[in-house]
Write a protein that binds this ligand. Structure first.
Ligand code: SAH
Length: 347
């Protein structure tokens, strides 16, 4: 069975070329071409036709087909991509003052079951391979002819539930022989898989860890995030503290404000008590009513919540919401398209 060459680490590619051709330097050439997003070995003009043919006997080069592309007024671009096996994923390209950032998926669907999130409806279909995660970065850059400087793993899927492939992807996207995006420019967001956070702390990758917290205590978290039944609030914060000790980089907490669920002044005060003294930042996000049932808090409430956090000594900002006019919240476009196919109403 041929394998996707983009799943190989640079060191593994070197090993392949040493064993087969005694030509270690070929790995550099091929890895570079792959990072430029070529779709065939014959496009690699500095290797011979014969070698290109032989490579295509051992490997294939994965690509992504653009099924849908939506551009919002604020220039956020959302892609619905089709993978080699017909499954679909989403990636979102965002423009900021400091450069372009891409939000990428790590799984087809998701098993985490958060009640507000569209990605988890229908569960997880499969994990993405390392090369398929990488494709979202290199092929989006190629299709749009732009340079991408930041990556957030905040698309469809739970990155720490696809641990090995995500780490492989991170090593390759960071590799100096490819597109070489620094770990400091990458954020990994998790709903709070404690064992995964502990493993990640050992990798020595200076990423920004982002925790989808969304609640001030177990009772509220249990209502919206089933993962909280497996790992309690206390266990989660314990893992974050260990991560901080090991890694030293400021952790980010995502807090989606849902009307009448987690947006009351007492919730803000409780959050302050829980996070006090931690090197962290709280990102407040009005919930996107992707699944219809939960309403966002009103603007006045959100600002008051932020003021209370700041007064309690926390660093807190309200997330700029980009692309709301184009279904840009997690999993929304994939879900809407699945519904269209079935002839139903998007949920
Ligand atoms: N599984 C990972 C990463 C994907 S979700 C995680 O849970 O962190 C990326 C972020 O979007 C998470 O913080 C998630 O809770 C949030 N999110 C999902 N659906 C949302 C919605 N409808 N409105 C606002 N934020 C949402």
């Amino acid at each position: 069975m041929k394998q996707n060459i983009k799943n190989l680490l640079f060191s593994e590619l070197e090993e392949y070329f040493v064993q087969k051709y005694r030509q270690k330097f070929r790995a550099k050439q091929v890895f570079k071409w792959l990072s430029l997003g070529v779709s065939s070995f014959t496009e690699m003009t500095d290797i011979s036709k014969k070698m290109a043919e032989e490579l295509s006997e051992d490997f294939y080069i994965s690509t992504l087909k653009v099924l849908k592309k939506e551009v919002s007024k604020d220039k956020t671009v959302k892609f619905l991509y089709e993978l080699g096996d017909g499954n679909t994923i989403e990636s979102v390209l965002m423009e900021y003052k400091h450069g372009r950032s891409i939000c990428i998926s790590t799984q087809v669907g998701c098993n985490m079951g958060c009640t507000f999130c569209a990605s988890t409806v229908g569960g997880k279909v499969r994990d993405l391979e390392a090369g398929e995660i990488l494709d979202q970065v290199i092929l989006t850059a190629r299709y749009e002819n732009v340079k991408i400087s930041n990556i957030v793993l905040m698309g469809i899927g739970e990155p720490l539930d696809n641990y090995e492939n995500v780490i492989r992807f991170l090593k390759n996207v960071n590799d100096e022989h490819g597109i070489n995006i620094g770990y400091r420019h990458i954020s990994l967001s998790t709903c709070g898989l404690v064992d995964g956070i502990d493993r990640l702390a050992e990798e020595e990758m200076p990423l920004t860890l982002s925790i989808s917290l969304h609640a001030p205590n177990d009772t509220i978290r249990n209502r919206t995030m089933p993962v909280s039944k497996k790992y309690s609030y206390g266990e989660l914060l314990g893992a974050v503290k260990r991560y901080l000790q090991k890694n030293g980089r400021r952790v980010s907490f995502e807090y989606t404000l849902i009307k009448d669920v987690n947006d009351k002044p007492e919730h803000a005060r409780e959050l302050c008590r829980n996070l006090k003294g931690m090197l962290c930042h709280v990102n407040l996000i009005p919930v996107n009513p992707a699944r219809g049932t939960l309403a966002p808090s009103d603007v006045k409430h959100i600002h008051h919540f932020q003021e209370l956090l700041i007064a309690g000594g926390l660093n807190a900002t309200i997330r700029r919401t980009l692309g709301t006019d184009i279904n840009a919240a997690c999993g929304q476009l994939r879900r809407a398209t699945q519904q269209e196919k079935k002839g139903g109403e998007p949920q």
